[in-house]
Design a protein around this ligand. Structure first.
Ligand code: THG
Length: 364
C-alpha cells in the first residue's frame, strides 16, 4: 500500500515525538488521529507486552466531555447501562446505540462528578450524535472535545512502573476505577483499564504540554523493567476477545450480537431501549464468536465471508497467527445456525479458501 500523507486532518498527538523516537513502524488513523499499530513486529510486540511493560499512545481514544446540570440526563439518554449504579470513581464500558439498537460506538465512560462525564471513544464521531441530542432536547450541558490524551501503561510490570511515577496508591486502584494522582503538580485521572488483558492503567493526560514530560518520566523510571513503547496489539487483543468497533461490529450490529447484552440494564427510557428489549426477548440472530482458521492466512485488512454450502453465514474482520497458541485466532460474527462451538465453515480469504472452526471461548 502507498503511504498515508500527514495533514491537519490527520492529527498528531502530544506523545508523537516519543512514539517517533521509539521507532514506530506503522500507524492507523482513528478518530482523525494517529494511532500506532506496530513498533518492532506485531509478534515481538505481543511477546514483550506479555512479559514486561509497555507505554501506549492511545490519544486517539478521544474524550467527549459532557458537563453541566443536564449531563447526567444526557448520559441516561445514551447509556444502556444503569447510570445510577455508577460509583463516583468508576469507569463504565458502554455500548452506545441508535434508535434501532445499532451500535454507534463502545466508549469507556468516566464519571468525574455528578454533572461531569467523559466518553472515551472508539473510532466514530459520537460527539456529533451527543451534541445533536443536547441541542434537540434543549439540554443545559456543554459538549466538548477537551485537551485530554489517554496514555496506557500495560503489561505484568505495569503496577511496579506506575508506582514508581505516581506512588504506591496506584496499587489500590480497582478494575475500572480511578484515582486522581498528581504528576508535576497536576492531578490526573489514573484508571485501572486498557485495551489488553495483561493488566495495567490508563492515564488521562490533561494538557498536551504534560504529554512528553510524563512519557519521559515513565521511560526513565522503567529502564530496568525493560519498558518499551507499544500499542494495542492485534494478536493479544484477538486472543483476549477485545472487540474493535468498525471492524468486528458496526452500526448494523446490536450489543446482543456483540455479546454485550449484560451491559444493557438501564431502567431509564434511553434511545434504542425498545429495540434492545425486543432483541433481549427473541435473542440475536447472529453473534460474536472466537474462531480458529486452518492453514496460512494473509493479513486481514477487510472482512472475509464465512460460508456453508456456498451460502454466507457470517464474516471475520480480525484474524492473525498467534505464536503463543500456535493457531490462527479470529473474531467472527456468525449466524445462529452456525455459531455452536465445533461448527466448521469455509472462509474466503484473498489467499484462498480455508476452514474456520467455532471455539468454546477466547484464549484469555
Ligand atoms: N480505554 C479507553 N478508551 C477506549 C478504549 C480503552 N476507547 C476505545 C476503545 N478502547 C473502546 N472499546 C473497549 C472495548 C473493550 C474494553 C474497553 C474499551 C474493555 N473490556 C473489558 C473486557 O471485555 O474484558 C472489560 C469490560 C468491563 O467489564 O467493564 O476493557 O480501552 N479509555
Amino acid at each position: 500500500m502507498a503511504v498515508i500523507f500527514p495533514s491537519r486532518r490527520v492529527r498528531k498527538t502530544p506523545f508523537t515525538p516519543g512514539v517517533e523516537a521509539a521507532g514506530v513502524k506503522g500507524y492507523t488513523v482513528y478518530n482523525h488521529m494517529l494511532l500506532p499499530v506496530v513498533f518492532d513486529s506485531v509478534e515481538a510486540d505481543a511477546a514483550h507486552l506479555k512479559q514486561h511493560v509497555q507505554v501506549w499512545d492511545v490519544s486517539a481514544e478521544r474524550q467527549v466531555s459532557l458537563k453541566g446540570p443536564d449531563a447526567l440526563r444526557l448520559m441516561k439518554l445514551i447509556s444502556p447501562r444503569d447510570m445510577d449504579r455508577m460509583a463516583d470513581d468508576q469507569c463504565y464500558y458502554v455500548p452506545t446505540v441508535d434508535h434501532n439498537g445499532g451500535m454507534l460506538n463502545d466508549p469507556v465512560a468516566v464519571k468525574l462528578a455528578q454533572d461531569h462525564y467523559w466518553l472515551s471513544l472508539a473510532d466514530g464521531d459520537l460527539l456529533q450524535f451527543v451534541l445533536g441530542l443536547a441541542i434537540a432536547r434543549g439540554l443545559d450541558v456543554a459538549i466538548e472535545e477537551p485537551d485530554v490524551s489517554p496514555l496506557a501503561v500495560q503489561g505484568p510490570k505495569a503496577d511496579e512502573l506506575m508506582a514508581r511515577v505516581f506512588g504506591d496508591a496506584v496499587r489500590d486502584i480497582r478494575f475500572f476505577r480511578y484515582k486522581k494522582l498528581p504528576f508535576m503538580g497536576r492531578d490526573m485521572v489514573v484508571a485501572r483499564s486498557g485495551w489488553s488483558k495483561q493488566g495495567g492503567f490508563e492515564i488521562y493526560v490533561e494538557g498536551s504540554e504534560n504529554g512528553m514530560p510524563l512519557w519521559d518520566a515513565l521511560f526513565e523510571a522503567g529502564a530496568d523493567l525493560n519498558v518499551r513503547a507499544g500499542c494495542p496489539n492485534t494478536i493479544e487483543r484477538i486472543e483476549s476477545g477485545l472487540l474493535s468497533y468498525g471492524s468486528d461490529m458496526r452500526r448494523d450490529n446490536t450489543p446482543y450480537e456483540c455479546g454485550l447484552g449484560k451491559f444493557c440494564n438501564s431502567p431509564e427510557d434511553y434511545i434504542g431501549k425498545a429495540a434492545l428489549a425486543d432483541q433481549a426477548r427473541s435473542g440475536p440472530r447472529r453473534q460474536i464468536r472466537p474462531l480458529v482458521i486452518n492453514g496460512e492466512i494473509p493479513p486481514c485488512t477487510g472482512s472475509w465471508p464465512l460460508l456453508a454450502q456456498g451460502r454466507q453465514v457470517g464474516q471475520v474482520a480480525s484474524a492473525v497467527f498467534s505464536p503463543e497458541f500456535d493457531v490462527n485466532v479470529a473474531i467472527g460474527m456468525v449466524d445462529r445456525s452456525h455459531w455452536d462451538a465445533g461448527t466448521v465453515m469455509e472462509i474466503e480469504t484473498e489467499g484462498g479458501r480455508r476452514t474456520a472452526t467455532v471455539q468454546e471461548k477466547f484464549w484469555r
